[in-house]
Design a protein around this ligand. Structure first.
Ligand SMILES: *[C@@H]1O[C@H](CO)[C@@H](O)[C@H](O)[C@H]1NC(C)=O
Ligand SMILES: *[C@@H]1O[C@H](CO)[C@@H](O)[C@H](O)[C@H]1NC(C)=O
Ligand SMILES: *[C@@H]1O[C@H](CO)[C@@H](O)[C@H](O)[C@H]1NC(C)=O
Length: 689
């Protein structure tokens, strides 16, 4: 089975056009833009190094899009050929590819240096949206088991708020026939297939469900039959990211009570083709004093595993080998590329190669594309809607739809809607943007730190973005700085609604758009809770906002709407106990609201990604009467601050930043940075139960 990349591309176009023509146009054409923390700087490719020691790192993926979570399928050993199955986000949706990379040497060698080396690549789409009934979904963690591909997809709605849609599927590659291996209503993460293919291990909550964790998920390790998902048993309480050494031994990670992430081993007996749950014995493998996680075991050589580490004093996540006989670490990536993060190792079946992914940025090896994106087209589940991931946070469109304002912590920026003409219009540290409907070039924002208390100094300012003197082009509209934020102007240009902590609680207020609160100010909501993230409807009739009034301080935010005169309060959506429905924004016709929410839980173990404050963040739309809830994005990243464009922007090609090479500007999980004092660590034992 081999396709050229040209054939694969044609296949794509055919599938895309079939899908697009099969969904009826229910609404006018719409465009929603949103932000994904760090994602436009990922530029991940999959690389490999020989386990035996330092040598030249080889790049296995083609330098396009974001490529990650690789798997080496079993193949006959050939030192000149690499087979790689991996996840890619090219062309706006998550899918699983197989690449076959052949290195050929041409001509008789006079000198090794003169021999030209060529690589040929064939690329096959293994799992796209057609395996998930045409539904857009996140695909992840592929493994080939015989002729079946085992992987994660998020295309089925469990029907419960705050439940992950993440489940394990098996697709027979010869027929495309797909079955779900995870019981319905349950979320499974990080599948790993045993060397014989008989068993699949996963990290799962089982029936108990997600409790809101964003660092370590409170998962257990379950094992079931790869054939049909039967015989599902829990073999380890508290663990994630399983990897099999052989049929009765696997490794996994957990965060210990001493604070360090460590790799553990579980051993068990197989009796009559089934795991004897009572025989399971676990032990800690990697020592205290450093974080070691996302283990990968090797079938051909069981004396070592590969792990990602964060060592005290190191800013970067690296791949190391751990010799489980000698209890010794060997650095793999640190000597080769010291100043970048390396994630999620995997080992070839012959134990010769260790793969991982890292940002290709600034490698300047002349292959692929090192640029960050400023606008990325994201595959939309609705044919009438285009979805754009944009650079910066809190994007908003000018009323004529021609320009976008956004913030970058610090700085307020404006660009043309096609991504050109990026310009800093203010050096203020600010969050949230919205354009005046009547006065051309006037953008409201809140200047000061985000995520802070009622008394923090934050004030609403209006910026004239067409005045290039950034020291004088803004006017402060609020006084006293009691966390005045999230301004949204009325369509008649007369008023601005915002939230303020001036009473000791964050409630909504409305002030004069020109003169600020000195002109006129009145209070819209009142109560000992937080009303925030307000947006004024384009017909002027409603203000939508997020509020924790049903459980003040409990971290749960419901979505409400209210008339500007304070009447007609209605709940638009209940977020689910402890849940969040944040950053609502009205559609241009006022009939729908886009927002970000944890309604779909977390879609991957957070430690397998760079840092996301809110890894559950996904973009949803709902009709403004509270009906017709619909998920728009599928990924394990933090999607947030959505906005609606007044004009349709068709799915065009991605727009690259003119900055040149990717700066790989994303951070490793903040909770791995926390230094643990050595004396503290050694005193406490990590339970092995
Ligand atoms: C898919 O993405 C690649 C680069 O990531 C691009 O070269 C190609 O034109 C895209 N194909 C389509 C159909 O958009
Ligand atoms: C297995 O791996 C260990 C540790 O890297 C190495 O010392 C040993 O030579 C390997 N054994 C085989 C048979 O490759
Ligand atoms: C409040 O505003 C709404 C919407 O504009 C309107 O229907 C309603 O009559 C107003 N109520 C009062 C008391 O003014």
């Amino acid at each position: 089975m081999e396709f050229s990349s040209h054939q694969t591309l044609s296949l794509f176009l055919i599938i895309n056009s079939l899908l697009l023509s099969s969904s009826p146009l229910l609404h006018a054409l719409d465009t929603i833009s949103f932000t994904t923390l760090g994602r436009l700087s990922y530029a991940f490719d999959i690389f490999a190094l020989p386990a035996a020691g330092p040598a030249r790192e080889i790049r296995l993926t083609d330098g396009n899009s974001v490529n990650f979570n690789g798997h080496f399928p079993p193949t006959r050993p050939d030192p000149n050929t690499h087979h790689l199955i991996y996840v890619t986000e090219r062309n706006g949706s998550s899918k699983i590819y197989l690449d076959v990379l052949r290195h050929t040497t041409r001509g008789s060698s006079r000198s090794a240096l003169e021999v030209p080396t060529e690589s040929t690549r064939s690329q096959v789409l293994l799992i796209g949206d057609e395996q998930t009934n045409g539904r857009v979904s996140m695909k992840d963690r592929p493994t080939l088991a015989g002729g079946d591909l085992i992987y994660i997809s998020t295309h089925e709605d469990p029907g419960k708020p705050r439940s992950s849609w993440t489940a394990v599927y098996s697709t027979e590659l010869s027929t495309g026939s797909t079955r779900r291996l995870t019981p319905s209503g349950i979320a499974d993460y990080s599948p790993a297939v045993s060397p014989s293919g008989a068993f699949t291990a996963v990290a799962s909550y089982g029936e108990k469900g997600w409790s809101g964790d964003v660092e370590e998920l409170g998962t257990d390790i379950y094992v079931f039959s790869t054939r049909d998902g039967s015989g599902r048993v829990r073999i380890v309480e508290h663990g994630g990211w399983p990897s099999w050494a052989d049929e009765s031994n696997l490794y996994f990670h957990r965060r210990c009570e001493d604070g360090w992430w460590s790799v553990f081993a579980a051993s068990f007996d197989i009796v009559g083709g089934k795991i004897d749950v009572d025989s399971v014995v676990t032990r800690r493998v990697t020592p205290t004093g450093l974080h070691a996680f996302t283990p990968a075991a090797s079938a051909a050589n069981k004396s070592f595993i590969a792990v990602a580490t964060r060592r005290p004093g190191s800013e970067y996540r690296h791949i190391e080998l751990y010799d489980v006989v000698l209890n010794k670490f060997y650095e793999l990536t640190q000597p080769v590329s010291p100043n970048t993060h390396h994630l999620n190792p995997f080992i070839s079946p012959d134990s010769v190669w260790v793969g991982y992914h890292r940002c290709r940025g600034e490698t300047n090896d002349g292959v692929g594309n090192d640029n960050d994106l400023v606008i990325e087209n994201v595959r939309s589940p609705l044919s009438s809607l285009s979805l754009l991931r944009v650079y910066g946070s809190f994007p908003s469109y000018s009323p004529d739809g021609e320009r976008v304002a956004y913030v970058q912590f610090p700085g307020v920026y404006v660009m043309n809607r096609d991504g050109s003409g990026i310009r800093e219009v203010s050096k203020l540290y600010a969050f949230a943007t919205s354009w005046d409907w009547k006065r051309k070039g006037v953008v409201y924002t809140s200047a000061g730190p985000d995520f802070s208390s009622e008394s923090t100094k934050v004030d609403i300012v209006s910026i004239n973005v067409d005045d290039e003197d950034s020291s004088h082009n803004y006017k402060t509209l609020t006084k006293g700085g009691a966390n005045n934020a999230f301004p949204s102007p009325s369509p008649d240009g007369k008023w601005v609604v915002f939230r303020s902590g001036r009473s000791g609680h964050k409630n909504l207020y409305i002030m004069d758009a020109l003169k600020g609160e000195e002109g006129r100010l009145y209070r819209l909501t009142e109560g000992p809770w937080s009303d925030t993230m307000c947006n004024w409807s384009p017909d002027g009739e409603w203000i939508v906002f997020a509020s924790d009034r049903e459980n003040p301080g409990g971290g749960s935010f419901e979505m409400f709407k209210i008339h500007p005169n304070g009447t007609g309060l209605q709940k638009v959506i209940q977020s689910g106990t402890g849940g969040r429905t944040n950053h609502p924004w009205f559609s241009p016709d006022g009939k729908q609201i886009v927002f970000t929410t944890d309604y779909a839980g977390v879609s991957a173990e957070p430690i397998s990604n760079p840092h996301h404050y809110q890894p559950y963040g996904e973009i949803f739309v709902i009709n403004s009467d509270g009906s017709g809830l619909q998920r728009l994005t599928h990924n394990s990243y933090e999607d947030g601050t959505p906005t609606w464009s007044p004009k349709y922007i068709g799915p065009t090609t991605n727009v690259e930043l003119p900055y040149g090479a990717s700066k790989c500007q994303f951070e490793d999980c903040h909770w791995l940075n926390i230094a643990i004092a050595p004396h503290q660590a050694s005193k406490r034992q990590c339970a092995a139960a």
